[in-house]
Design a protein around this ligand. Sequence first.
Ligand SMILES: Cc1ncc(COP(=O)(O)O)c(C=O)c1O
Length: 316
Amino acid sequence: MRSLGGYLELQLSKGEEFYPSLLKLNTGRNAFEYILKVRRYRLVHVPYYTCEVILEPLKRLGIPFQYYTIDEHMDPVLDFEVGPEECLLYTNYFGLKQETVTRLTAQFQNLIIDNSQAFFSPPLEGPDTFYSCRKFFGVPDGAYLQTNSPLRLKMEKDVSFERFSHLIRSIDLGIEMGYEDFINNNVVLSNNPIKRMSSLSQKILSGIDYKVCRYRRNSNFMYLHDFLEAHNDYTFDASLINGPMVYPLLTSSLSLKKKLLDKHIYVATYWPNVLEWTTKMMYEHYLTSHLIALPIDHRYTHADMKRILNVLKTVL
Ligand SMILES: Cc1ncc(COP(=O)(O)O)c(C=O)c1O
């Protein structure tokens, strides 16, 4: 029975989730595990260029995997076969690879698309596709999954208030003061069982103005691209952007990150584990050490993008 009265709760806007009809799970890696459990693949082809947490479910389920390389367009180098009991895992890098996803969908039956970096890229008919919400919005966790498999796993609902502190601490004390909590809350996301999305994450995700968020991302991205295209060694078709995660700037300069950091512009490294998985001769190694992931999200306007460009212009 729903209780009435008592104290007032944190008030969040009521609206609709972006993917109301997809399965709602607790984390991206667990959505991947869900797919592996229902599909029972015997071998998974995993890109060298991805986050190490992707290996958690493979190790937990004891499923063998093989790494594959990507080319300078971040497309898979398909010099291997994907057998009938195997599958190909591909990451929609930075939300800029929907064309490749479409091509792979036509080519492969057993395909898993990791859209953790591509929240706004819609799932295609066919491949199993998962999303991680915390890369795009201020939620402690949450994931969406599209799968055509008729099998359904029974799961408890997750509870995520204990992983929430960085999201509220930063409002009161600033983003730097929430960083330690963010790191700790990241750590506790590891090795959790597959659960349904928590009510807390779902409620926050139901109150977001997705149209505005996507618009700001596209607009900020293009603002940077107008200047940076001429300096960017990573080439892509910017006419197809759809709320990308970050602006990926690839240059040979190794001093850019430090320059940005000095001006309190924080850029994450995608992904430190790749430096351990690859040799210095490999493209993935170069990408990890040289690609600068510039923030373009809904918090920012063109004035913020201009600040980023002013720092970059001192080096480029
Ligand atoms: C490419 C990629 N896939 C999947 C994940 C896992 O998402 P989650 O943290 O929601 O499990 C991450 C990062 O954590 C990621 O960077």
